[in-house]
Write a protein that binds this ligand. Structure first.
Ligand code: 5RP
Length: 230
């Protein structure tokens, strides 16, 4: 099976967790998009859900496919969020934000009673950090924020390039109007310490470490679907 087929299988298994009437956080990325496509089929068959999207991109796909959407203002408490990830460790801690939606993804996941992460097995790692950690930063004081991040990381024994994310030759701008620095620190042995240190930097809006948020991972691999509980 190719990567797309695995993503579809993980999305299909997650759909089995969705019940009629649920208030559902809907993730961002190629795996989450497969989930939206399958969800839209269920909606067309009569399933009722209230969806809260984690990005403008996901909102546009839901609109196109007829999945009814709400906002966190209208629906501030959700039953379940289903989203992809860039990396998943054995404790179901995640790196997210490869698609640039980490801030809304984290807000929506935090407003949900449960989070299920869906992925193909290539996303599994022993220790987070092979994938560069996305850090969403305010545009103001970008250089000062970069220096503060590098210093905070160094205190934890981490170092590596901080790369401003660029798409089509222009800085990538998030749905919240911020920029993203991708931090290539390598393995992050103490994710909680890094999370706390990044949080303490005023120019950091959010970072892509999702610690203790996912309760279940649905992983699709060559041998089939595997569910991992946190
Ligand atoms: C977007 C994300 C995505 O969930 C993550 O990048 C995984 O995407 P994909 O399913 O395309 O591999 O965090 O901000």
């Amino acid at each position: 099976m190719d990567a797309k087929a695995l993503k579809i299988e993980a999305a299909r298994a997650a759909l089995a967790e969705v019940r009629d009437g649920m208030r559902l956080g809907i993730g961002t990325g190629s795996t989450a998009a497969e989930f939206v496509r399958l969800l839209a089929q269920k909606v067309a068959e009569g399933m009722t859900i209230i969806g809260v999207p984690t990005s403008e991109r996901t909102a546009a796909l839901c609109d196109e496919l007829g999945v009814r959407l709400s906002t966190l203002e209208e629906t501030p408490e959700l039953d379940l969020t289903i989203d992809g990830a860039d990396e998943i460790d054995p404790g179901l801690n995640l790196i997210k934000g490869g698609g640039g939606a980490l801030l809304r993804e984290k807000i929506v996941a935090a407003a949900s009673a449960r989070m299920i992460v869906i992925a193909d097995e290539s996303k599994l790692v022993d220790t987070l950090g092979r994938f560069p950690l996305p850090i969403e930063v305010n545009r103001f004081g970008l250089r000062a924020t970069e220096i503060a991040i590098a210093r905070a990381a160094a205190e934890l024994g981490l170092s590596g390039p901080l790369t401003l994310r660029v798409t089509n030759g222009e800085p990538f701008v998030t749905d919240g109007g911020h920029l993203i620095l991708d931090a290539s620190f390598g393995r992050i042995p103490d994710t909680r310490a890094l999370s706390n240190a990044l949080r303490a930097i005023p120019g950091v809006v959010e970072h892509g470490l999702f610690l203790g948020m996912a309760g279940l991972a649905i992983i699709a691999g060559a041998d089939g679907i595997r569910s991992v509980q946190a």
